[in-house]
Design a protein around this ligand. Structure first.
Ligand code: ATP
Length: 346
C-alpha cells in the first residue's frame, strides 16, 4: 500500500512563502494531479514529497511511514522531472536500465523490463542510440520509461509531456493513463495544462498562490468549483460571473432575470454559469452580441452582460448577429453562486 499524506506542509524561501500549510491525502493507487498557474507552488510541493526540498513545516508520509527526514532514495519513489535528466553518454537501453542495475536485478529481468517499458513509450527502435543524440521529446520518453521500469509504488512526474508536439502528447497521455492504471502505482503529476489534468486525474488538486483551493474529481472541480478561482481557471473559455443583487422573497436579480438562489445576508453576491450552459431563447440574461467565432461544431459568442464580458457556446446554426440583443437562459441545475468577499461557493 502506498498512500501518501501531506500534512501541514509549508515552505518558505527567505521571506517568501511558496506553500502555506498544505494538507493533501492521496489514496493508494490514486492518480493525483497538481494543477495551477506558473509559480503557484506545484513543483515545490512535488520536490518536498520527493525529498529534493525540505519543508519549513509539516510532515510527509508514504505507505504509513514518515519520510520527510529520509533521503530521496529511501522513499520508494521514482521521479520524472521537467528537465528529465537522462545521461547523454549512455544508450537509451542503459538509461532505462540504470535504476535496475543499481538494484542488482539479474540481466534477463533487466532486459525484459527495459524492452517492455520502451515498447510502452514507443521508443523500442531507439534503444541502441546514445541519449545525447535524441530530440527533447524522445529524451522525455526515455525519462518516463526509466521511471516506469523501476515498477515503483509511487511515481512523481513534473510536466513529463511538456516537450512533445501536440499529437504525440495526446497519444502519450492516453498511454500513460493506461500504463499507470495497470501498474497499480500511486501517482502525483504536476501540470499547468488543464486538459491534461482533466484527462489523467482521479482527483485534481487546484493550486493558487501556495494553497490548494480544491481537491476533487475532474467532474467535480469543473461542475462545482469550491471557489471563484477554480471556475475561472478551469474551462476554456472559463466560467462567466455576473453580479447578483437581492430581490424580493429571497430571490436574486441577475442581468434582467430574477432567479431563486442561496440564502445570504449580503445584498450582492455573484452568479456564475459555464459558457455551454446557456441557451438562446425568449427569456434569459440580457446580452448584447459583440463577437461571433464559429468553432465548427459550436459557435463561441462573446456578449456584453451587465457591462462585463460573457461568453456563450451556442449551436453553430444559432444565427446570431453582432449588435443583436440576446436572451440567454441559464440551465437551472448548472447555476452556481459565489460570495464576492471570500470568493467561496455559496
Ligand atoms: P512552474 O509551473 O512555473 O514550474 P510552479 O507552480 O511549479 O511553477 P514553483 O516552482 O513551485 O512553482 O515555485 C513556487 C514559487 O516559489 C515561485 O514564486 C518561485 O519563484 C519560488 N521558488 C521556488 N524555488 C525557489 C528557491 N529555491 N528560492 C526562492 N524562491 C523559489
Amino acid at each position: 500500500m502506498a498512500e501518501i499524506a501531506i500534512k501541514g506542509v509549508a515552505k518558505r524561501f527567505g521571506g517568501f512563502t511558496a506553500l502555506h500549510q498544505v494538507d493533501l491525502p492521496i489514496a493508494d493507487q490514486e492518480f493525483m494531479v497538481l494543477l495551477g498557474a506558473s509559480g503557484c507552488g506545484k513543483t515545490t510541493l512535488l520536490r518536498i514529497v520527493a525529498g529534493l526540498e525540505t519543508p519549513s513545516q509539516g510532515e510527509v508520509w508514504i505507505g504509513g511511514r514518515r519520510v520527510d527526514h529520509l533521503p530521496p532514495r529511501e522513499r520508494g519513489i521514482a521521479m520524472v522531472f521537467q528537465n528529465y535528466a537522462v545521461f547523454p553518454h549512455l544508450t537509451v537501453f542503459e538509461n532505462i536500465a540504470f535504476g535496475l542495475r543499481m538494484k542488482k536485478l539479474p540481466q534477463a529481468d533487466v532486459e525484459c523490463r527495459v524492452n517492455r517499458t520502451a515498447e510502452l513509450m514507443h521508443i523500442e527502435q531507439l534503444l541502441k542510440r546514445y541519449s545525447g543524440q535524441l530530440s527533447g521529446g524522445q529524451r522525455q520518453r526515455v525519462a518516463v520509461a526509466r521511471a516506469l521500469a523501476m515498477e515503483p509504488d509511487v511515481i512523481l512526474m513534473d510536466e513529463p509531456l511538456s516537450n512533445l508536439d501536440a499529437l504525440l502528447r495526446l497519444e502519450m497521455r492516453a498511454e500513460l493513463k493506461g500504463v499507470l492504471a495497470a501498474s497499480k502505482t500511486t501517482t502525483i503529476y504536476v501540470t499547468h495544462d488543464q486538459v491534461e489534468a482533466m484527462s489523467l486525474a482521479d482527483r485534481i488538486a487546484v493550486m493558487h498562490q501556495g494553497r490548494i483551493v480544491q481537491a476533487a474529481s475532474p467532474v467535480e472541480v469543473y461542475r462545482n468549483p469550491a471557489a471563484r478561482f477554480v471556475g475561472s481557471f478551469i474551462g476554456n473559455p472559463p466560467m462567466n460571473f455576473i453580479p447578483a443583487t437581492k430581490a424580493a422573497n429571497g430571490s436574486w436579480s441577475v442581468a434582467g432575470l430574477t432567479l431563486p438562489g442561496p440564502k445570504s445576508d449580503k445584498q450582492r453576491i455573484e452568479f456564475a454559469i459555464r459558457p455551454e450552459d446557456v441557451d438562446a431563447g425568449s427569456e434569459g440574461l440580457h446580452a448584447t452580441v459583440r463577437v461571433i467565432e464559429p468553432l465548427g461544431p459550436h459557435t463561441l459568442v462573446t456578449c456584453d452582460v451587465e457591462g462585463g464580458l460573457f461568453r456563450a457556446i451556442l449551436e453553430s446554426n444559432a444565427g446570431v448577429k453582432v449588435g443583436e440583443q440576446l436572451r440567454l437562459a441559464p440551465k437551472p441545475d448548472r447555476i452556481r453562486w459565489f460570495d464576492p468577499e471570500t470568493t467561496n461557493a455559496l
